[in-house]
Design a protein around this ligand. Sequence first.
Ligand code: AMP
Length: 308
Amino acid sequence: MKLVTVGSVAFDAIESPFGKTDKIVGGAGTFITLAASFFLKEQGIISVVGEDFPQQTLLNLKSKGIDIQGIQIKVGEKTFFWSGRYHNDMNSRDTLLTELNVLEHFNPLVPDDFQGADYLMLGNLSPQVQKMVIERMKNRPKLIAMDTMNFWMDIALDDLKKTMSLVDLLIINDEEARQLSGTYSLVKAAKIIRLMGPKIVIIKKGEHGALLFHEENMFYAPALPLEEVFDPTGAGDTFAGGFMGYIAASNDYSFENMKRAIIAGSALASFCVEKFGTQRLLEISKEELNLRIDKFVALANFEMKEVY
Ligand code: AMP
């Protein structure tokens, strides 16, 4: 198995200027693995759900080559629930509710079949749980990537810093990078974050693309300008899943390949926002993804001419 992900498998309720959903399936782990499945025939997920979680959804993940033996089902308990409301610009949101439920005492178990994975993706989750997964991998993966959010910076900063010191790559959004580093400039923020452990930092800027800081190198990828953004929930996780799926499938984490992986992740994220929840990721084909990747390449591709 090339890629193992730990992350929430959840219920979300979303409010946006386009409408409102009841409880729908979400969770960082769900978006990450669905995105990575466009590049990997086989991968593993570690998570926990309650008795209320639909079995069919787990089977749908399985049908995409996602090994679900690492998802614990807690009888008599409720699945993690998150609810958020987007502002009119669709780029910022408020968390309305976070009910940890089964995530509160989550003891992540790494199935034997997942041992020896070369790539590990720590989805947005309690930093203590993320650290436990690293410690429970018998061999250190070649590349450990970590996502996090302001929620954990507010309530578990010390644990977050401990986990960060163990990872190679941190993927966060611009607001979170500023909060974590205490500085506004993203170039400075990346420098400060790199001193905390991860040699590589990716800063997601929503509709303004993503920045990659890799040792002394820097790369910027735009987001695809879309006419309509319907629901940005999970776009960041989808980006991370597409990125790690591409890296794991090509087994290459050089700076050059990370540039390609960023485009792969950005293309998948551009689909994710077109409908509520995971709906769009479940309906698109690899061909549609490839066409969108071509659009990304064309978007920033030009030849400079010298004029006098
Ligand atoms: P994103 O829009 O990429 O930041 O991710 C949204 C997803 O993250 C939603 O589907 C939520 O279920 C999940 N999520 C939100 N808050 C948390 C949290 N504190 N821990 C784990 N997962 C979360």
